[in-house]
Design a protein around this ligand. Structure first.
Ligand code: SF4
Length: 194
């Protein structure tokens, strides 16, 4: 294995919404290791981020839709296309809505590490938060559930919503207009006024 097949890229860890600045080592298309981006003020990593190559290349990682093909509990599934998956979900939703009303449908989204892609990167434009606002609520059901994360739900959803009326993802720090800035737990580089 020659060294020139090894690529080093700086980027963001996408495992959770914190988006830590990392350096990824890639060899022949495979993520070998993920480390903090040295020298960057947000260059840090937690254990989950450090082990993200195991998540990315897990042989059991779900990469395409599966439909149960045997009795419940027997773990028999068959691969189906994305179009088939979408059409199946839409027709089942409509059946349930027609027979029992839209509130009989609930969404459960997310996974253990609450990845960034689900919540922010692929979030439709002009919605408050994720798929519930753009799909479930217009459908007529309020029943959204999810993995949640103690940190993200508190600092990015509940706290900004009850104090400022918006989710953190829709807000930007207006440092230039601020009269008082409280900095807690960090010594940032000097902030220069233009
Ligand atoms: S999983 Fe860890 S390293 Fe990755 S963004 Fe979240 S806190 Fe940062």
């Amino acid at each position: 294995m020659t060294e020139d097949r090894i690529q080093i890229h700086h980027g963001l860890c996408g495992i959770c919404p914190a988006g830590c600045f990392i350096t990824a080592t890639i060899r022949e298309g495979r993520l070998l290791k993920v480390e903090p981006h040295n020298g960057h003020p947000l260059g840090m990593i937690c254990h989950i981020g450090r082990h993200s190559p195991q998540i990315v290349h897990d042989p059991d990682r779900l990469l395409y839709p599966l439909r149960r093909s045997g009795p419940k509990g027997t773990y028999q599934f068959e691969r189906i296309s994305w179009d088939d998956a979408f059409n199946t979900i839409v027709s089942r939703f409509q059946e349930i809505k027609n027979s029992s009303g839209p509130e009989a449908v609930a969404f459960y989204t997310g996974r253990g590490s609450f990845d960034m892609a689900l919540c922010d990167v692929f979030q439709p434009a002009d919605v408050a938060v994720s798929s519930a606002s753009s799909v479930l609520f217009p459908f007529g059901s309020p029943n959204t559930l999810g993995v949640g994360a103690l940190c993200y739900v508190s600092f990015a959803m509940i706290a900004p919503h009850v104090t400022m009326g918006e989710m953190l993802v829709t807000m930007e720090a207006d440092i230039e207009q601020a009269e008082l800035i409280v900095i807690w737990g960090a010594i940032p580089p000097p902030i220069h006024r233009r």
